[in-house]
Design a protein around this ligand. Sequence first.
Ligand code: ZN
Length: 461
Amino acid sequence: MGKLSAKVEGVSVSDGGDKKSSKPRSKKSRKMKVSNQIPAKRRREIERALDAHDPSRPEWDRMSGAKQHRFFGKRIKPGSIRQIEFPLLDVNLGDAWPTPVTIIHGHRPGPTITITGGVHGDEMVGQVAASLLSQKVFTGPGRPLDPELMAGTVRLAPVLNPPGLTRQMRYFPDGRDLNREFPGSESGSTTSRVAFRILHELISGSDFLIDLHTAAKGRDNLPQVRADLAHPASNRIARAFGIEVILDSKGPKGSMRRSSVDLGIGTLTYEGGGANLADHEAVQIAVHGILNVLRSLHVIPGNASRPKFRLLASGSTWVRADEGGLVDLFVGRGSFVDEGETIGRIVDPQQPSESADIISPARGIFICTANNPIVTPGTPVGHLLPVSKGVRLIRKGLDKKTNRLIISGSKGEPIWREEYEVEEIMIEGEWSGGAVDAEWQAGWSNSNKQMVEAAEEEDAD
Ligand SMILES: [Zn+2]
């Protein structure tokens, strides 16, 4: 068995130093434990930006009386909900790709928060979470998003790539990635036109944007938030989300997040789970985080819940396979590993007795892991967040059995499924032919026997 250490792609990773970052920002707030993996220079940049920022917004004064909300030429009265079909293409002929936008307009004035999902058509988590938030269980009287109790406006747009959703494709039909086409253009490619329209009709006019994503196919993301922490409004909602892991980044060129920040809109991207899956835990954490942001902005009543600690990070490492074959990964999203730990083993079905270990290059948390076992040399098997500080804190936050980080909001019953809503259907009858399992197994072993026989026949050829 060969021991191969995985290659490390250099990225600026945590420095430990700079002990004197104790400038009190809010005098009375409880001390939040933060493990800062962000280099000192970047931290000073963030602090300067926050200090220079004046957060007062007179138009959100609750005494000033709410006005009608406007979206796409439609008016929404204070204290009401309206669903509007928003065509993503400006056409008279052909498919305009209409997508629903639910506007929940509060009784009192406050900020406008837009929540988007499905920018990548095969990413289900955001599309499920944003749809759930439009349901009566959230918007009904006395519920968390009851417009009568709200101060401000929520725009929910769960499906920003309708053709991608129906085809289960990440991209638009012209093969382009919507999240690389912003700010878009009115006369550009199909996807670029969609980007332009989304930016100018849906995103602009918002004070905050929460864009919901998952990892691409073949990977699984630890629920996490990404935001430009030197942008004060983005910094504010990233922290308010109440999640353990925040990555400080500007977002890729052409991303909706970057263009939105360029318009001065506080923006975060939530990442959780993988493509094609309605990952229950990731959906639940998304809903938990969105409600936290709304509470923290005083759009809805109640106090935002906070995690026990926060990891602020500005660097990461891709761990890659150095051999080809099938990988048996010992870690999953949120796994905490030490430097030198064996995190997986590559086997080659053509040489079944051989194997190669994959070794963790650093101590840290896996914020993403592969769930497709096929690797060639260079294929990433995990995305590691190296951790040099706050190790004791993190160890306390691990699930004792799995050694994985427990993310706030993942525990407990989902608030959108309530006991009274669960329909119980009684099916009357008697078990015949013995115990329930016995019959099933009999059938199973029969078909298994047939398969074995069929395989033997093939061998005989
Ligand atoms: Zn995505």
